[in-house]
Design a protein around this ligand. Structure first.
Ligand code: KIV
Ligand code: NA
Length: 265
């Protein structure tokens, strides 16, 4: 296996090869995702929801992100590992952003960082990249701004927000981001943005006209059965499978069917 680099991703785009990306937050999951040949593993701040049970991504801390990222990096042979900068770790000023990014790179061994926003975070992104740390952008529905939006519905449906998004995407490419995540925007807009850039655009709820797709791994495995956005395709029903396994185990314990003679010393 050849290791995926930020350059591989740009090459994939120019060769017309779509990029596959999933989240992971722990060693065991990351080993399976990497072994299956997924190109990019995102240690997303969605860990705040999926792993910690918070309602939003805001509460997760830099220390907690580093813990998740460290566990993921230990499992990886091939994938590029991108780590989210959590809310509050980069918005104050570029120096804070750089300090946070350096901590992630040094303490977790991740390969790149991702942060949300366009021109508001331009100076912070430049500062991080000056230190040699690759940055992935994230535009459209940026969950760290949920209290500004007030809703998790599709972004940039109106002209003004769409124009700002296009300008932000061009700016992110110009200052040197190696890729951009576009979350929950109209497919037509996402396709237009992807066509206007040489760096890959990786979509979630952004249609099929982009350069790759990302999903939250627990969602695509069907573990989170109450989260049902239109963009989510479930590739397994692990909620059902796990529930059956747990019930069978419980029944076997209660009936003394487990352990059998062969399962003891
Ligand atoms: O945190 C996350 O999982 C993400 C993806 C949904 C892009 O940012
Ligand atoms: Na995120």
């Amino acid at each position: 296996y050849k290791r995926i680099t930020t350059k591989s991703l740009v090459d994939m785009k120019s060769n017309g090869e779509k990029i596959s990306m999933l989240t992971a937050y722990d060693f065991t999951m990351a080993q399976i995702v990497d072994g299956a040949g997924i190109d990019v593993i995102l240690v997303g701040d969605s860990a705040s929801n999926v792993m910690a049970g918070h309602e939003t991504t805001l509460p997760i801390t830099l220390d907690q992100m580093i813990y998740h990222a460290t566990s993921v990096v230990r499992a990886i042979n091939r994938a590029l590992v991108v780590v989210d900068l959590p809310f509050g770790s980069y918005q104050s000023d570029p120096k804070e952003a750089l300090r946070s990014a350096i901590r992630i790179m040094k303490e977790s061994g991740g390969h790149a960082v991702k942060l949300e926003g366009g021109k508001e975070v331009k100076e912070s992104i430049k500062r991080i990249m000056h230190a040699g740390i690759p940055v992935m952008g994230h535009l459209g529905l940026t969950p760290q701004s949920i209290y500004k939006f007030g809703t998790y519905t599709v972004r940039a449906k109106e002209e003004q927000e769409a124009e700002k998004l296009k300008a932000d995407a061009l700016m992110l490419e110009k200052i040197g981001c190696f890729a951009i995540v576009l979350e929950k925007v109209p497919a037509k807009l996402a396709k237009e943005v992807a066509a206007s850039l040489t760096i890959p655009v990786i979509g979630i709820g952004a249609g099929n006209g982009v350069d790759g797709q990302v999903l939250v791994v627990h969602d695509m495995l069907g573990m989170t059965h109450e989260f049902n956005p239109r963009f989510l395709r479930r590739y397994a029903d692990l909620h059902g499978e796990m529930t059956k396994a747990f019930q069978n185990y419980r029944d076997d314990v209660k009936s003394s069917a487990f352990p059998s003679d062969d399962e003891q010393y």
